[in-house]
Write a protein that binds this ligand. Structure first.
Ligand SMILES: Nc1ncnc2c1ncn2[C@@H]1O[C@H](COP(=O)(O)OP(=O)(O)O)[C@@H](O)[C@H]1O
Ligand SMILES: C=C(OP(=O)(O)O)C(=O)O
Ligand SMILES: [K+]
Ligand SMILES: [Mg+2]
Length: 480
C-alpha cells in the first residue's frame, strides 16, 4: 500500500454543528433518541430521521491533497429537459434506473423522430451497419449530436458492426483484417461514436486488437467496445471476453439461432451476473417487444420477458426492429419505460436482499481503497435511506462502481467531460450531468446544490451521500 495514504474522518468546515473526530468508516451521527434508524438492522425498515445541518465526512486522503485547491470559475450544468422535468415532478426516487437503447432505422431517422425517442427516454441510439449506407448512418449520428448540443441530452451513439467480416483473431492484427468492418470502424472513430458493438465476438483477442487499433488511430478517443455475445465461441470464452471489453450485449437474436432456444434465458442470466461482477455494463437485446413492430400493445409474454431483464438489473434494454422499422417506436419505448419503473419499484418495496458477490475489480491499492469507498457509500445510502448519491467523477470510474452496487437511490454523476457523460448514460441508475468542478469538494457541493435547487431538481432537506474521486471521500449531507 502506498505510504502516502492515510485514513481520516474529518469535519467539514461548512458544518455549523461540531462533531468529534471519528474513526474511519464509523460515522457517529447524532439523531434524536427515539429514532432507532442508525441501527443497521432497523434502518432498512424505517425511514431515517436526520438532524438538520447534517454533514459527516469520511475520507481516504492523500496527505498532499489535504488543503483544497482554489475554486476555479465554472460554467453551468448540462442536463436535458426530460431529466429536469422528471426530477422536478416526480423526485429522485421515481427516476428510471434501467437504460434504453433504441436502434435507429428508416422509421426513426429524421431529427424530429430521434428527438421524440430522446424525449421518450432513449439513452443510447444504435446504428446497425448491417443496413443502410455509411452516409445514412453519418446523418443519423450527426442528428443525435445536434440534438444533444441543442437540447442538453446525453444520448450516446452505438455503432454495431456487421460482424461476419471481422476475423481479427485469426488474422494478424488490424493491418491484415478484412475489407468492410474495418472501414466501418474507421468511420465510427471518425464520427466519434461512443460505443462500438462488435458482432460475433469469438475471443478476447478480437476485443484487445480492436481496442489497440482504436487507441492507435485516435489516442484521445474514449470509444467503449461492447462485446456481442451471440455465438458458441463467445460462450466458451465468456469471462475473458467480458474482461477485455468495456461492456457486453446479450444478442439473443443470433444467439438463439446458435444454441438451443431453451438455453438462451440461462445464458442471459449468466452474462448479466458476470458483467456486474466485472463492473461492465450489459444490454439485453432482441425481440423484447417483437409484436410491437405491428401492434400498438405488447403480448403478455413480452412484458414478462422485459420484467425478467429489469429484475435481473441489466444496465440496458434494447429495441431493434421495434424502433428501427416498426409502426409504434414511441409506444414500444413507453412500454420499456413503464415496465422498468414498475419492476424497479417493486424490487425496492420488496426490499430484495442483494446477494451479489462483488469481487474487487481494481488492481492498485489506491484504486482498491477507492472501490471500497464506493461500496461503502452505496451501503450507507441504502441503510440510511438517502435520497440520492452524488458523485464527482473525472474518469467515470467511481460512478460506474456506485452503479455496480445497484443502490436503492439514484446516483447523480457529475463529470466535466461530455463524452464521459454520454458513456455513463448506459449505466444502471446513473443520471449523468456535465459540470466543471474544482478540487474543493465543499465548493463543488455548494455550487451544485444551488444550481440544482435553482432549477427545482433538489430541495432543502434532501439527504445526499456524496462521493468524490478527487478527494476520495464520503460525505453525508442534508441539502441546506
Ligand atoms: N439503417 C437501416 N436501414 C434500413 N433498415 C434498417 C436500418 N437499420 C435497421 N433496419 C431495419 O430494422 C431491422 C431491425 O434492426 P436490427 O435489429 O438492427 O437488425 P437485424 O434485424 O439485422 O438484426 C432490420 O432487420 C432492418 O429491417
Ligand atoms: C442484437 C443482435 O445483433 P444484430 O441485430 O446485429 O443481428 C442479435 O443478434 O440479437
Ligand atoms: K450488426
Ligand atoms: Mg446478431
Amino acid at each position: 500500500m502506498s505510504g502516502s495514504f492515510r485514513f481520516s474522518a474529518s469535519l467539514s468546515p461548512l458544518q455549523s454543528r461540531e462533531f468529534p473526530r471519528m474513526p474511519f468508516l464509523k460515522p457517529h451521527i447524532h439523531v434524536p433518541n427515539h429514532v432507532p434508524a442508525l441501527n443497521p438492522m432497523t434502518a432498512a425498515h424505517s425511514r431515517v430521521v436526520l438532524p438538520e445541518n447534517l454533514k459527516v465526512k469520511l475520507s481516504a486522503l492523500p496527505i498532499t491533497m489535504a488543503s483544497p485547491a482554489a475554486m476555479t470559475e465554472v460554467e453551468g450544468l448540462d442536463v436535458d429537459m426530460v431529466t429536469e422535468a422528471e426530477l422536478k415532478e416526480n423526485g429522485f426516487r421515481s427516476t428510471r434506473r434501467t437504460k434504453i437503447v433504441c436502434t435507429i432505422g428508416p422509421r426513426t431517422c429524421e431529427f424530429e423522430q430521434i428527438e421524440a425517442l430522446a424525449v421518450g427516454g432513449m439513452n443510447v441510439a444504435r446504428v446497425n451497419m448491417c443496413h443502410g449506407t455509411r452516409e445514412w448512418h453519418r446523418d443519423v449520428i450527426r442528428r443525435v449530436r445536434q440534438l444533444n448540443e441543442e437540447k442538453g441530452f446525453a444520448v450516446a451513439v452505438m455503432m454495431d458492426t456487421e460482424g461476419s467480416e471481422i476475423h481479427m483473431d485469426d488474422l494478424n492484427g488490424a493491418e491484415s483484417a478484412k475489407a468492410e468492418d474495418w472501414l466501418d470502424i474507421d468511420f465510427g472513430i471518425a464520427e466519434g461514436v461512443d460505443f462500438i458493438a462488435v458482432s460475433f465476438v469469438k475471443s478476447a483477442e478480437v476485443i484487445k486488437t480492436l481496442k489497440s487499433y482504436i487507441t492507435a488511430q485516435s489516442p484521445e478517443s474514449r470509444i467503449a467496445v461492447i462485446a456481442k455475445i451471440e455465438s458458441i465461441d463467445s460462450l466458451e470464452n465468456l469471462e475473458e471476453i467480458i474482461q477485455a471489453s468495456d461492456g457486453a450485449m446479450v444478442a439473443r437474436g443470433d444467439l438463439g439461432a446458435q444454441i438451443p432456444l431453451e438455453q438462451v434465458p440461462s445464458v442471459q442470466q449468466k452474462v448479466v451476473q458476470l458483467c456486474r461482477q466485472l463492473n461492465k455494463p450489459v444490454i439485453v437485446a432482441s425481440q423484447l417487444l417483437e409484436s410491437m413492430i405491428e401492434y400498438p400493445i405488447p403480448t403478455r409474454a413480452e412484458v414478462a420477458d422485459v420484467s425478467e431483464a429489469v429484475g435481473q438489473q441489466a444496465d440496458g434494454l434494447m429495441l431493434s426492429s421495434e424502433s428501427a422499422m416498426g409502426l409504434y417506436p414511441e409506444k414500444a419505448l413507453a412500454v420499456l419505460r413503464s415496465v422498468s419503473l414498475r419492476i424497479e419499484r417493486q424490487r425496492r418495496e420488496e426490499k430484495h436482499l442483494d446477494t451479489a458477490d462483488l469481487p474487487i475489480v481494481s488492481s492498485s491499492m489506491p484504486a482498491i481503497i477507492f472501490e471500497e469507498i464506493c461500496n461503502t457509500a452505496s451501503r450507507m445510502a441504502k441503510k440510511l435511506e438517502a435520497d440520492a448519491i452524488f458523485v464527482y467523477t473525472k474518469t467515470g470510474q467511481s460512478a460506474s462502481l456506485l452503479s455496480r452496487n445497484r443502490p436503492d437511490c439514484p446516483v447523480f454523476a457529475f463529470t466535466p467531460t461530455t463524452s464521459i457523460r454520454r458513456c455513463l448514460n448506459l449505466r444502471w441508475g446513473l443520471i449523468p450531468f456535465r459540470l466543471d468542478f474544482s478540487d474543493d469538494v465543499d465548493s463543488n457541493l455548494n455550487r451544485t446544490f444551488s444550481l440544482l435547487k435553482a432549477r427545482g431538481m433538489i430541495n432543502s432537506g434532501d439527504f445526499i451521500i456524496v462521493v468524490s474521486d478527487v478527494m476520495q471521500s464520503i460525505q453525508a449531507i442534508k441539502v441546506p
